[in-house]
Design a protein around this ligand. Structure first.
Ligand SMILES: Nc1ncnc2c1ncn2[C@@H]1O[C@H](COP(=O)(O)OP(=O)(O)O)[C@@H](O)[C@H]1O
Ligand SMILES: [Mg+2]
Length: 234
């Protein structure tokens, strides 16, 4: 992203502590529209806390988080939660798919919460499952699927509303390397296809190769921030 490109999301001097533990210390960064950025660094360096502050799950103690002209750090839990539902997608290490719903119902859910009718939501969900190669599992519940299949369902659910930003925290951390690569390749392809910016948190340096830019963190601070020379593998 160049200096003239508007940021889709920007953190300014964000700080967050848990009691005596400083998790984030003066973190500033921007994410451009459609940009795929990896956040890497050792366990405990503050990656998840950063993602939670940027996505409005946590309110930082200090600093600002700007999204579409609003400082989320100053907004209520209700307003932030609405934003997460409408403008953000989230994907965690364990998919958080709803165990009692089928794959198709899981993916249709965010559309229905946004007011879509059942039939329309179901048809769109089915297209996303097909796109991710798990269309034949549309009627199955998560308990009947492998971890990689569940994570693809979770990915479809995170992207189905066409969010401005996808926040992914170690999305392949619980998968074997083949399943992990399939999920990542699909994540990058589908996010690029609809212009969803991605903040991809990982402690796995190989995962960062899928991104346009890598931010490394250490002890709650940004250590480096720069374009990846190869421009990503996908
Ligand atoms: N809920 C919490 N309560 C207390 N300390 C926490 C909590 N979450 C994270 N921490 C601490 O904050 C620091 C940053 O954690 P985290 O953001 O989870 O790092 P990472 O995702 O890079 O592993 C660590 O020292 C961690 O132990
Ligand atoms: Mg973490």
């Amino acid at each position: 992203m160049t200096a003239t490109t508007a940021a889709v999301i920007a953190a300014r001097q964000v700080g967050k502590a848990y009691g005596p533990t400083t998790a984030l210390d003066d973190v500033s960064l921007t994410l451009g529209p459609g940009e795929i950025v990896a956040v890497t660094g050792p366990s405990g360096c503050g990656k998840s806390t950063l993602l939670h502050c940027l996505s409005g799950i946590l309110r930082p103690d200090r600093g600002e988080v700007w999204f579409q002209g609003r400082n989320l750090a100053g907004e209520s839990e209700r307003a932030r939660s609405r934003l997460r539902r409408t403008a953000f997608g989230v994907l965690f290490q364990f998919g958080q798919v709803v165990a009692d719903l089928t794959a198709q119902e899981n993916v249709a859910l965010p559309l229905q919460l946004g007011g879509a009718r059942y039939r329309e939501a179901a048809a769109t969900a089915r297209r996303w499952l097909d796109e991710l190669g798990v269309g034949d599992l549309a009627g199955k519940r998560p308990g009947e699927m492998s971890g990689g299949q569940q994570q693809r369902v979770a990915l479809a659910r995170a992207l189905v509303t066409g969010p401005a930003v996808l926040f992914a925290d170690e999305p392949t951390g619980a998968l074997d390397s083949l399943a992990g690569e399939q999920v990542l390749a699909a994540l990058v392809r589908l996010a690029r296809g609809q212009g969803t910016a991605v903040l991809l948190v990982t402690h796995d340096a190989r995962v960062a190769a899928y991104a346009d830019r890598e931010i490394t963190m250490r002890d709650g601070r940004v250590e480096s921030d720069g374009l990846i020379a190869a421009g990503g593998v996908a």
